[in-house]
Design a protein around this ligand. Structure first.
Ligand code: ACO
Length: 474
């Protein structure tokens, strides 16, 4: 059945990541890892982290408030708010309910939606919920709002350099400059224990790193095959990587993104797709008889396919890698940060182009889907979105902490996790004006946030209303 609303998709976006980060080269040296392990081996440059002042709630308050302000959206016009997150702060109260403070003060409590959780996939589930709502008969003409917010931290060990933190907000509606191609979706869901969080007393996941890499690539293959077959059924022609201008992948670390695109190229080779050049066909031929399992373990295939896909990777994937390499894995926000990197690097030249997205959440849930870029109307134009995002400004104004300070922060957060009765530091000097921050957690585990105002550095926790509402929430 045709949807009544046309070109439903993303009208506006904003991103927030903490101003505090650690350099991967310095962390590598500090951890005693061999030179190049984090920067070349994992392909990462820098990693953002939350200090005691920030968490997934404060980051999402910051990004939602910022999006509404920058695009001049009346909070009464939001009819659905969906949050994707895997960072557990409360086992019952959704992050969405904290965000309601922004809307309540404008008299809007008529907003559907709660949180979606499945590792890094929750943001995609939230996005699908909003897009489906706008396309449905229950849509009431207002906007949907999707928030992806996560702080990715790992216990000491090889996974630690694959952390990160960010929140992204996306406004959803019809006639969008970033229009969802709703009919082309390939999904793969299964039960595996590759990464999970069974210990509710700790923020850290239990990770089987190697298994998670293989599960990711298997899910990618499966989603790509399904995406291609839906495309072929509806369009009556074969789909190959040549039919997409850009690819954005869930990006735990850049090396996996490089391997993922090479894997799509190998898939195209196995499907005799026109995207594969003759000399690449010759190089890949020796691997054509490998079983699926053998192909995931073959180092030679990995090397050869990355080599033959290299120039296409530069054109179709490289533009998506800036923020994930600089900020790290942002879990639910990671795929959308890759997408934002494309908007940042190519802005208004994107009209008419297609980007294929791959979302993966351990456990596991995964979907491949795509967007088409259209001319938008101000403020919902591609050039305005790119300028609001101000990716360069945000990256350049960060403060690089030495590894010792990063590890000290993690220790403090381990101690604070699930805790009560504490007040955070009153030094908010590193936060930009407009940023929300945690001021205290009381004896009933209630959390209190404030918003940094103007150019002044701080205001005291005692200024927060005792009922938990915001002093500067307007
Ligand atoms: N110079 C250059 N490269 C190096 C160096 C060096 N000095 N030392 C090692 N490397 C390379 C390795 O060869 C390897 O590259 P390859 O993948 O091409 O073989 C890479 O660095 C990683 O090193 P490994 O020893 O294979 O792996 P490590 O023990 O460091 O663990 C892992 C990496 C598994 C990604 C770990 O960081 C982890 O568990 N992270 C969390 C799980 C994760 O992110 N999974 C991805 C999907 S699920 C999700 O998104 C959470």
């Amino acid at each position: 059945m045709e949807s009544q609303q046309k070109n439903v998709g993303i009208l506006a976006m904003d991103i927030y990541f903490p101003p505090t980060c650690v350099d991967q080269e310095a962390l590598e040296a500090h951890d005693g890892a061999s030179k190049g392990k984090y920067t070349i081996g994992l392909g990462q440059d820098c990693m953002a982290f939350c200090t005691e002042l920030e968490d997934v709630i404060s980051m999402s308050l910051t990004v939602v408030k910022s999006l509404l302000k920058k695009y001049e959206i009346n909070p009464r016009l939001i009819g659905r708010l969906e949050v994707g997150s895997e960072t557990v702060i409360d086992k019952s109260k959704s992050i969405k309910t904290w965000l309601m403070q922004i809307f309540e003060e404008h008299g809007n409590t008529d907003i559907e939606g709660v949180d979606s959780t499945n590792a890094c996939y929750g943001g995609t589930a939230a996005l699908f919920n909003c897009v489906n709502w706008v396309e449905s008969s229950s849509w009431d003409g207002r906007y949907g709002l999707v928030v992806c917010t996560d702080s990715a931290v790992y216990a000491e060990g090889p996974a630690r350099p694959t952390g990160g933190a960010a929140a992204i907000a996306m406004l959803i509606g019809p006639n969008a400059p970033i229009a969802f191609e709703s009919k082309f979706r390939g999904t793969h869901m299964a039960h595996v224990y590759d990464f999970y969080k069974p210990n509710l007393a700790s923020e850290y996941p239990v990770v089987d790193g190697k298994l998670s890499q293989t599960c990711y690539l298997m899910a990618l293959d499966s989603c790509y095959r399904r995406y291609c077959s839906k495309f072929e059924k509806l369009e009556g022609k074969q789909f190959s990587i040549s039919d997409a201008d850009y690819f954005a992948f869930h990006s735990p670390y850049n090396k996996l993104v490089q391997k993922s695109f090479a894997r799509l190229y190998f898939n195209d080779f196995l499907r005799n797709a026109s995207s594969v050049e003759n000399d690449a066909t010759e190089k890949l031929e020796p691997f054509s008889s490998l079983s699926g399992d053998e192909s995931y373990q073959s180092r030679d295939l990995e090397k050869v396919s990355q080599l033959v896909a290299k120039s296409l990777y530069g054109a179709k994937v490289q533009p998506s890698t800036l923020i994930p390499k600089q900020v790290g894995n942002m879990y639910t926000a990671s795929l959308y940060a890759a997408f934002i990197s494309i908007l940042h690097s190519n802005g208004s030249t994107l009209v008419g182009k297609r980007v294929v997205m791959f979302s993966y959440g351990s456990g596991l849930s995964s979907t491949m889907f795509s967007f088409r870029f259209q001319e938008g109307q101000h403020p919902f134009s591609l050039s305005n979105i790119a300028s609001v995002l101000d990716v360069s400004g945000k990256l350049e104004s960060r403060h690089v902490f030495p590894p010792e300070k990063f590890l000290e922060t993690l220790k403090l957060m381990e101690h604070r996790y699930g805790g009560k009765d504490f007040v955070t530091s009153s030094d908010t000097s590193l936060l930009a004006p407009g940023t929300f921050y945690l001021t205290k957690v009381d004896s009933m585990y209630r959390r209190y946030y404030a918003q940094k105002v103007g150019d002044t550095a701080t205001f005291s926790a005692s200024l927060i209303h005792d009922n938990g509402s915001l002093v500067n929430g307007h």
